[in-house]
Design a protein around this ligand. Structure first.
Ligand SMILES: *[C@@H]1O[C@H](CO)[C@@H](O)[C@H](O)[C@H]1NC(C)=O
Ligand SMILES: *[C@@H]1O[C@H](CO)[C@@H](O)[C@H](O)[C@H]1NC(C)=O
Ligand SMILES: *[C@@H]1O[C@H](CO)[C@@H](O)[C@H](O)[C@H]1NC(C)=O
Ligand SMILES: *[C@@H]1O[C@H](CO)[C@@H](O)[C@H](O)[C@H]1NC(C)=O
Ligand SMILES: *[C@@H]1O[C@H](CO)[C@@H](O)[C@H](O)[C@H]1NC(C)=O
Length: 388
């Protein structure tokens, strides 16, 4: 039996009580699952158009989903809970993703993570599209984030690898402080959130590394890599074997999530000072060269405009995201600056508020913006000359 039928038959009962186009009540939602039988039941709270079986299972918390008045179908798109269209969010936010996918490489950005509100975060990450939703596929994600405040304000840099699948995810989340600064909220705020910083992810078959301003913050060696230390190695790295899109986003966390307080913190719906804007000066993508184990530049985007052949702006939201991603919240600012380059700006605002985005304070000269690469990591690719 197809999962769609299961879904439909179980929720028509709820749809009968629909008053507006979407009902808001508790009910039974059928979720996709990789581990359970298709159509595993989870308990849901009809609130904002999303549901996530993970939350229901782990925390036995009520989970949001939506029943359409017209079709009677529960909009529970499965694991991950993406929602497109009208999802009942009262805030807007933004995400852009590359159109192309990459398998291995080095990914750099120069980012001003100007976020000081509880429950907000900015991300620069690699993610296999929909890998959290399509049953049977493996979840593939490498995260690099800065959290606004919340639980980790003394070490606001988040790094994570997500593998496994929807039913059984493996995370290896680590929070880190900016090196050479004291591990308290104020020192870290100064060190990270007052200006632009350089972020880089290196992803190869044998390791994943995260760099902040040229300092390697974290290094995970694959257990399959030659000479890997069996105690220290990461079994997740070998599972990152699917092509991923590079993404950037900013969003507020739904404060009703049971884990909100222990993660990015409680977003203050009423008093948060909005809009909040983060700025990306450029993105550089390098290909991984398997022979030399080095990287070669594939492209640089310095955001003199938003190149729509390269970037796509997201139009969805998901469980845990208090906002809806809108293309209008991803705009280029400051493209008339003296160096002729602009900034990609991503903002959080109240839904449909008019907001004005100006160029960020950026005191560095253009030549200094492109940090020298970490030398040891940059070997020239081998040049093979064919025998004549
Ligand atoms: C979830 O919690 C409710 C009460 O809060 C309880 O009745 C139910 O048995 C729990 N379900 C699971 C699967 O633990
Ligand atoms: C942020 O959250 C912390 C911990 O819950 C709280 O003490 C603090 O007042 C909050 N800050 C703001 C600006 O709301
Ligand atoms: C991801 O997949 C969805 C469909 O499931 C599609 O609408 C979206 O454009 C894709 N995003 C990227 C970045 O490929
Ligand atoms: C826009 O992106 C495409 C795809 O990456 C690239 O081929 C093209 O050169 C870019 N255009 C500009 C003006 O940079
Ligand atoms: C840049 O200059 C052009 C032409 O003068 C103008 O139309 C545009 O609005 C300016 N953009 C910004 C971001 O100032």
């Amino acid at each position: 039996m197809k999962r769609g039928h299961l879904l439909h038959s179980n929720v028509t009962v709820l749809a009968l009580v629909t008053l507006t186009s979407f009902v808001q009540q508790r009910g039974l939602c059928i979720a996709d699952s990789d581990t359970g039988a298709p159509g595993d039941a989870i308990s849901c709270d009809l609130r904002s158009g999303t549901c996530d079986p993970l939350i229901g299972r782990r925390h036995n918390a009520s989970v949001s989903f939506q029943v359409s008045h017209d079709t009677g179908v529960c909009r529970c798109p499965g694991a991950g809970g993406s929602c497109y269209g009208d999802c009942g969010r009262k805030f807007d936010a933004a995400e852009v993703a590359t159109v192309e996918t990459f398998k291995y490489g080095r990914f750099e950005t120069r980012l001003f993570p100007d976020l000081r509100a509880n429950g907000t975060l900015v991300a620069f990450f690699l993610y296999k599209n929909d890998s959290d939703k399509v049953p049977g596929t493996s979840w593939t994600e490498i995260d690099f984030e800065v959290h606004g405040m919340g639980k980790h304000s003394a070490e606001p840099i988040q790094t994570n690898i997500v593998t496994g699948n929807m039913g059984r995810r493996t995370l290896s989340e680590m929070f880190l402080a900016a090196p050479r600064h004291r591990k308290n909220m104020n020192a870290q705020m100064k060190a990270i959130k007052d200006s632009f910083h350089h972020f880089a992810i290196e992803w190869t078959p044998s390791y994943v590394s995260w760099y902040f301003d040229g300092h390697r913050l974290r290094h995970e060696v694959s257990c399959d890599a030659r000479g890997a230390d069996a105690e220290e190695c990461s079994p997740q790295v070998a599972r990152l074997n699917k092509a991923m899109n590079l993404r950037m986003s900013v969003w507020p966390l739904d404060p009703s999530m049971p884990w909100a307080e222990h993660w990015a913190g409680i977003f203050d719906r009423k008093n948060a000072k909005l809009p909040l804007t983060v700025y990306y000066d450029y993105v550089r993508v390098y290909d991984y060269e398997p022979f030399s184990k080095g990287f070669t530049l594939r492209w640089t985007d310095d955001f003199s405009g938003l190149n729509t052949s390269r970037w796509t702006a997201s139009t969805h939201t998901f469980l845990g995201n208090e906002a809806h991603f809108r293309p209008e919240r991803a705009v280029i600012a400051g493209s008339n600056a003296t160096d002729a380059n602009g900034y990609l700006t991503l903002s959080i605002s109240r839904a449909e508020d008019d907001i004005a985005i100006s160029a960020p304070q950026d005191s560095e000269s253009y030549s200094k913006k492109f940090l020298p690469a970490v030398r040891r990591e940059y070997r020239m690719p081998c040049i093979f000359s064919a025998p004549s």
